[in-house]
Design a protein around this ligand. Sequence first.
Ligand code: DGY
Length: 322
Amino acid sequence: MKPKILVTRKITDEAENNLAENFDVTFNKNDEPIQYEKLIDLANQYDGLVVSGWDKFDENFFNKMKGKLKIIATFSVGYDHININSAKEKNIVITNTPDVLNDAVAEITIFLMLAACRKAYEGVNLVKSDNWKKVKIDFVNFVMGQSMTGKTLGIIGLGRIGRIVAKRAKGFGMKIIYHNRNKLSDKLEDGAKYYNTLNSMMPDCDFVSIHTPATSETKNILNSEAINLLPKHAIVINTSRGSTLDDEALIEALQNNKIYAAGLDVFVDEPNVDERYLKLDNCFLLPHIGSSNYETRDAMAMLAVKNINAFFKNDPLPTKVK
Ligand code: DGY
């Protein structure tokens, strides 16, 4: 008998076809989110799940598993929606999709940096509202931003995505500085300057961008103390997870022009966004689209499927969460 697999959300046709060749698969043709309690019931009927970052797998979920479920392959690099310790206790393997989305997230990071420093929000609104022709255009004030070229970018978490962001930023002549728990090798640093504390790096940042995974250690890593150490012209970027920065502190800094601007793709309670962000002209917001391009989503779905295939063939798993 073929192992039974449930795919909780619509994935690419290629990935679905590949799964259908090898498994007894239930797809979510309508792409309707499956409610938490329903997912618990369903999960007990399957050997494997292919899931999204929007599905939640907490301690209670794993406590209710009765022994059939063996693997959850999430088509996301982040696995903060899965309680890894509880999964381990139940011997349920977790895989994710690292690396294939590094370029896409780096693109969105650079996009937010440019949008925030060149006042894209103000510019787009002016044209779309048809107010361009109504405002006075002058040489020194009209949608005036600041340059990105030659500035210093502080990266919090110079990991796989952070290093691609660094590479792209160097194309703008930017100097890269970073803070990680530990200093990287010269090869991985690739010329970036290391700061052993976050607070010591803050005063030197023209831009600061967060690229850490969401864990208990990185919760509010960019806190009020750190934000208050940034120069007044600094720009804060977040494409990691909403939990890595303190919203109260960032909003206060933006409202009082203690920093210049922010560019955010991720929020604590998505898709709900703190309404105060919506009112700020110096904050450029996106709806968590770091990995949203066809090439990347294809690669993520196929990597999730490869993990499922490897698991049931007893082959080494391409990207198991440790
Ligand atoms: C991920 O894969 O974790 C991304 O945040 C999804 O866009």
